[in-house]
Design a protein around this ligand. Structure first.
Ligand SMILES: [Zn+2]
Length: 222
């Protein structure tokens, strides 16, 4: 997985900071959309059908502050998956626990070293990509299990199905390559199709294990 080519939405009302971080990120291969205020940033998010891979925001901004922006994003079904990194000028600028509670993925406090900043941004993007991949994979495997549950000959109680899903997901080693924004889902689905025989075999294997040794309570047996 790589974070290059990821889209970074950068909200910082300090022009010097904004230019510095934009240049730094672009130099690492990110696409940067920079904004000086929260209202403009939120309008952009509402209008663009694609969500950025990360939002890096300060807390002070005209009209909509960084904290309010974070709240709005985490309240939105469509936008809440965007990881938000808050940059504080010092540790007293905002309550770190509040920010984490609202849903900030990471908080970076200045003064900060450029390399440290870039690494934190990269880790946040990659962590989020992994979650997205896992969710997509879970959908694919879950659908496959539903389709073929009869042929596995296992009990169909919720616990046995959940165990089959969890065990299968653990055994399927995805060889996914991160791609540009918007292409990730189709890329994973394509690779899953290529690997479908493997996936089906893993599920059938796991079903055998579960059939032999189900974890369900005796009264769940159908
Ligand atoms: Zn069962």
């Amino acid at each position: 997985m790589s974070a290059r080519g990821s889209v970074v939405l950068l909200m910082n009302c300090d022009e010097e900071d904004r230019n510095h971080y934009s240049a730094l990120l672009m130099n690492e291969g990110y696409k940067v959309i920079a904004s000086a205020d929260g209202k403009e940033t939120f309008s952009y998010l509402k209008a663009d059908p694609y969500v950025p891979d990360i939002l890096i925001t300060g807390v002070h901004a005209p009209v909509i502050s960084g904290v309010e922006l974070l709240q709005l994003i985490k309240l939105s079904q469509r936008l809440r998956k965007i990881p938000v990194v808050v940059v504080l000028n010092d540790e007293n600028e905002a309550d770190v626990n509040d920010l984490l509670q609202i849903g900030a993925e990471d908080i970076i406090i200045k003064p900060l070293h450029d390399t440290f900043f870039l690494n934190r941004v990269k880790n946040t993007i990659l962590g989020n990509q992994r979650i997205t991949c896992n969710n997509i994979m879970e959908d694919i495997v879950g659908r496959e299990i539903e389709k073929h549950i009869e042929t596995y000959g296992i009990c169909k109680c919720r616990m046995c199905k959940r165990d089959l899903l969890a065990m299968s997901l653990n055994r399927i080693k995805p060889r996914y390559v991160s791609t540009e924004k918007g292409k990730l889902i189709s890329e994973i689905e394509k690779k899953s199709n290529d690997n479908m025989p493997d996936i089906v075999r893993v599920i059938a294997d796991c079903a055998l294990t579960i059939k032999k040794n189900p974890r369900h309570m005796p009264h769940h047996v159908e």
